[in-house]
Design a binder for this molecule. Structure first.
Ligand SMILES: Cc1cc2nc3c(=O)[nH]c(=O)nc-3n(C[C@H](O)[C@H](O)[C@H](O)COP(=O)(O)O)c2cc1C
Length: 526
């Protein structure tokens, strides 16, 4: 399968001013997918719902080895999942209720499913096994018992995507959003591991096919509805200390139990999603250790409890356009997006390829305008050559290395480029994530397409949590007009492409919504 399939998919799923990427164009409520996957017949293992009382400073999430590693048992697994893939709250408006999760998702559709591959673990099983995580119940489902444990210290965590859940609403562009969501979830898992003193590293060398076999995703017999199959996305190893060698991609013998529930009574086929999924499966990547400084700069803001920040993260739906942010806080947030040999960037063994083009609206002592934050200084010369030649590239700060491109009021521009969404213009700042695009995909194959979106999702999750820690709020923006963004920046061709947008501001709460506890008394199902 050639990388041209990937490039063609990317082109045809761009939003244009006069034409959005193909979708049904309306929401078919009769076929709305169930947001919760269940494997009927798999042994359920409820996890403790009581929250850990340990306090962990949010800013320490980025600092390596702050606490001694927790023992691997049912309680630490419960804490790990509660702060990565669990439900965080229920929202209600009138008679309608829906669940929010620790990990965000485009359209709250949650295509990402989580799996653990555990050795014998106290309180879970006296044998190694493969488990699916049920976020609606905060429980594991034992999918398989393994004949042996060939993977060394720690355990494995895997993610898959159910494309149909996302395509139900977004049609052809949905594959991109599944990748963003996987990147957000990877980042959420990395920070949850840090809470427990664990490392989490992507097993880059594992081919997609082997990940699917290990997690049981290739078992047609267990997925009676082929349109609701799960696509293997990634596998990571969670270790008490620095990871040893990468466990070889062997798949141990297993006895399987459970059949996937039916999510929808009807489906629409989006063939280009199947095509790009096939073209972006990977035979594995060589691992590149995380580079950059080992310790991020200290934040200087009041300490917040990390678990609380993680569980209370939300997307803003509207911002106060008159509010402003201090320059220090702005630079602090941007500084935290810079890669380094620490969480969450040590999870992704690849060079940083996402750079930020910022639209600054309301930051005190920073002139409104367009800015650039190259996340890898080595890419700056190519960015400079590719961007408009009348941009100034004037240094505004050295840490992080922020450059002013052009001064001016860009609220309307940002709103227009982000599908006319007010949240992009009413904020303190919004941004586009510019990926070093064509080169890596040509050099590394179609799998790099997924990794670029996943890196963008990972940076998005950092921004969400940073906003929360500053007492403000962020929102991921998957709807933007691709080529108009490139034109504003002077980009032509495919060398750099904007893959995700994000916005941070002072949230205006919707007083019509009520909030219910994640796992308290109350509804479990949407
Ligand atoms: C990849 C991605 C794209 C998103 N795109 C948009 C968007 O274009 N507009 C918007 O208002 N919200 C967007 N969101 C926010 C989601 O709607 C939100 O995450 C979801 O409703 C769950 O709510 P929560 O983040 O408060 O948990 C996006 C989120 C993600 C992760």
């Amino acid at each position: 399968m050639s990388v041209d399939t990937v490039f063609l998919y990317h082109e045809r799923t761009k939003h244009h001013f006069r034409r959005y990427a193909a979708s049904l164009g309306f929401l078919d409520w009769d076929t709305q997918p169930d947001p919760f996957r269940v494997f009927d017949g798999a042994r359920p293992i409820p996890l403790a719902r009581a929250l850990s009382t340990e306090r962990f400073s949010f800013d320490d999430l980025h600092v390596p080895d702050v606490r001694s590693p927790a023992a691997l048992d049912a309680d630490s697994i419960a804490d790990f999942l509660r702060h990565s893939l669990a439900i965080s709250a229920w929202k209600a408006a009138g008679r309608t209720r829906w669940a929010l999760r620790v990990n965000p998702s485009s359209g709250n559709l949650h295509p990402t499913e989580g799996y653990l591959v555990l050795p014998e673990t106290a309180g879970i099983s006296d044998r190694p096994g493969v488990y699916h995580y049920r976020s609606d119940e905060h429980a594991l489902e034992e999918r398989a018992v393994l004949a042996e444990w060939p993977f060394g210290p720690g355990f494995l965590v895997g993610l898959s995507s159910i494309h149909w859940r996302e395509a139900w609403k977004y049609g052809e562009r949905a594959f991109r959003y599944c990748q963003h969501d996987a990147g957000h979830a990877l980042c959420a898992l990395r920070f949850a591991a840090a809470l427990l003193g664990w490392r989490l590293t992507l097993l880059a060398g594992w081919p997609s096919e082997r990940i699917g076999a290990l997690l049981g995703l290739d078992r047609g017999v267990d997925f009676p509805q082929p349109r609701e199959r799960e696509e293997p996305e990634l596998l990571a190893v969670v270790t008490p200390g620095p990871p040893g060698g990468e466990p070889a991609p062997g798949v141990p013998a297993a006895g399987w139990r459970g059949r996937a529930n039916l999510l929808s009574p009807g489906h629409v086929d989006w063939e280009v999603i199947d095509e790009v999924a096939a073209a972006s499966r990977t035979p594995g990547f060589p691992a590149v250790p995380a580079a950059g400084r080992a310790e991020p700069s200290r934040s200087g803001r009041p300490a917040r409890d990390a678990r609380e920040v993680i569980r209370t993260r939300r997307s803003a739906q509207a911002f106060d356009p008159d509010a402003t942010m201090a320059r220090d806080a702005f630079l602090r947030i941007l500084g935290r997006t810079l890669p380094g040999a620490h969480a969450p960037f040590d999870a992704l063994p690849a060079p940083p390829r996402i750079h930020l083009a910022l639209f600054v609206h309301g930051v005190r002592d920073v002139a409104p305008g367009i800015y650039l934050l190259p996340r890898d200084p080595g890419t700056l010369p190519r960015l400079r050559a590719a961007l408009r030649d009348d941009f100034r590239f004037a240094p505004v700060a050295s840490d992080p290395p922020l450059l002013l491109l052009r001064e001016g009021d860009v609220r309307d521009l940002a709103r227009t480029l982000s599908c006319m969404q007010d949240i992009a213009g009413d904020s303190f700042f919004s941004l586009g994530m510019l990926a070093d695009f064509e080169g890596p995909i040509r050099a590394e194959g179609g799998g790099a397409y997924r990794r670029l979106f996943q890196e963008a999702g990972l940076v998005g999750q950092v921004l969400y949590l940073e906003a929360e820690a500053e007492g403000v709020r962020g929102t991921g923006i998957g709807c933007y007009f691709d080529d108009p963004v490139h034109e504003v920046l002077g980009l032509s061709g495919r060398q750099f492409q904007s893959l995700y947008h994000f916005t941070v501001g002072a949230p205006v709460e919707d007083s019509r919504l009520t909030t219910l506890p994640a796992y308290g008394p109350g509804p479990r199902r949407a």
